[in-house]
Design a protein around this ligand. Structure first.
Ligand code: GLN
Length: 486
């Protein structure tokens, strides 16, 4: 059966659905067909039930026919495998959650469902969202659609690859230290990490609770804005979710750059930054300056301690959060002579090597005698980083930085050297440590033909502004294009 062309923007897709020019089931079928064709190679989806997808689409068609006008009615979305979707597996790409079926919807998922979205399937990721290359998955690595010898970034590599390759129009994911923005940059799509607390974390499997945030990957800034509008807002189930009203982000995208001050943090353009990444992000600054923005240099002096502080805080929180996988309540169990042996065997078999490394690191950082030297000091660094941003945002409205100091690399190239991979998170973990918002937008291609990304950072609850500026940049840049062959 010949299936319809799917327009690139969610708004256009919605208009076609509303006008009845295309049916929700045709849209769902078109995406399922693309997934069928490309997933064996990309490994972007880890669970997918085509019948269930079609049943949701049929229901959306019925709603539409009976006058339903929910904002995402019939729009298919992919969901990262660490967000609970009632009735679906939710494995976090870990063996330890084999057999676990989500008994409820995460709040962000429930809001998308209420808005009429159709859930396509669960996307691959680094195990428990720990990683930057999607090579730490129990389901095997995801491949970058621009060149399948390269990593898609991580931990939301499956979501980014799916969106970039057109296997899903957009995806819901999580970002604890760059997991949305960095894979978006590596795959050439838009990745939005909202302010800590902007979106409820209820139903997101906890990695580092003080930094975890739910966000989206999309093909354009406008699509990201539309989705944020639906998922954001206070939730009684998450005590850290913010009460501030949710602006109509998608209606506030237009504007100009006159008088807008954009800050370039000196520390984000220094040592260790790849030349091609530097040049393409500087190109973004040049373009914005020509359109009337004022580009100023600012300082974020504590940046040099950010990776160390992040990897202490994240692993410390992870060591506590992952204690619950004990073979009793969730997923798999390996029997033993007594409970202690059963816990040990279950965890030894269930967790992959990177997750074990992080649990050990975090447990060490929290242990008595070391707590003050590591965890406590890291929390002090965190305060300094937050202050750096506060000062910078007195001088400019948004910051423009690279997303990653390196361009997309080959599968297997860095995975043997965890420290080297951790260091590549330098420009993304700071936003999570400070709790501010950030968006990654594609800004060029490397010599090898792989995407490069720029990041706009805004103060807490500055989503409206970063979306607007990213949207203006996107229009100036022009269409980014799709990976060859997709
Ligand atoms: N790469 C970072 C880490 O491994 C960030 C991951 C994330 O945002 N979940 O911790």
């Amino acid at each position: 059966m010949a299936l319809p062309e799917i327009p690139a923007s969610l708004r256009d897709l919605r208009n076609l659905l509303l006008r009845g020019e295309i049916a929700c089931r045709d849209v769902a079928a078109a995406f399922l067909q693309r997934i069928e064709k490309h997933n064996a190679c990309l490994n972007a989806f880890v669970h997918l039930d085509a019948e269930k997808v079609m049943a949701q689409a049929e229901r959306a068609d019925e709603r539409l026919a009976s006058g339903g006008r929910e904002p995402l009615l019939g729009i298919p979305l992919a969901i990262k495998d660490n967000l609970n979707v009632r009735g679906d597996p939710c494995t976090c790409a870990s063996r330890i959650l084999t057999g676990y079926v989500a008994p409820y919807d995460a709040t962000a998922v429930a809001r998308l469902r209420k808005a009429g979205a159709v859930f396509l399937g669960r996307t691959n990721m680094d195990e428990f969202a720990m990683g930057s290359s999607n090579e730490n998955s129990a389901f095997g690595p995801v491949r970058n659609p621009w060149n399948t010898d390269y990593v898609p970034g991580g931990s939301s590599g499956g979501a980014a690859a799916a969106v970039a390759a057109g296997l899903a129009p957009a995806a819901l994911a999580s970002d604890t230290g760059g997991s949305i923005r960095q894979p978006a940059a590596f795959c050439g799509c838009v990745g939005l990490k909202p302010t800590y607390g902007r979106v409820s974390r209820y139903g997101l499997t906890a990695y580092a609770s003080s930094m975890d945030q739910v966000g989206v990957l999309a093909q354009s800034v406008a699509d990201a804005a539309l989705l944020l509008e639906v998922i954001a807002g206070h939730d009684v189930m998450d005590g850290t979710s913010l009460r501030e009203e949710v602006p109509p982000y998608s209606e506030r995208l237009e504007g100009d750059l006159n008088g807008v001050r954009i800050g370039l943090p000196r520390e984000y353009y220094g040592e260790g930054l790849d030349k091609e990444v530097r040049e393409s992000v500087q190109g973004v600054a040049g373009l914005l300056a020509r359109e009337g923005a004022e580009v100023v240099e600012v300082d974020l002096p504590s940046t040099r301690y950010a990776v160390a502080a992040y990897y202490i805080i994240a692993t410390a929180e992870a060591s506590a959060n992952l204690a619950r996988y004990d073979g009793v309540r969730y997923g798999m169990r390996v029997e033993g002579a007594d409970p202690i042996e059963m816990y040990g065997r279950t965890r030894a078999k269930g967790f992959g090597p990177e997750v074990k490394r992080r649990i050990i690191l975090g447990t060490y950082a929290l242990s008595s005698g070391y707590y003050d030297a590591y965890y406590l000091r890291a929390t002090k660094v965190r305060t300094l980083i937050r202050k750096d941003f506060e000062e910078a945002f007195q001088r400019c409205e948004v910051l423009l930085t690279p997303v990653s100091p390196v361009k997309p690399f080959r599968l297997g190239e860095k995975i043997e050297d965890p420290l080297q991979l951790y260091l590549c998170d330098i420009y993304s973990v700071t936003a999570n440590l400070a709790g501010i918002c950030g968006i990654a937008v594609p800004c060029g291609l490397s010599r090898e033909g792989l995407p490069l990304g720029a990041q706009f950072l805004g103060p807490a609850l500055g989503e409206e502004r970063i979306l607007q500026i990213a949207h203006i940049y996107e229009a100036l840049r022009g269409p980014f294009g799709s990976p060859p062959g997709f």
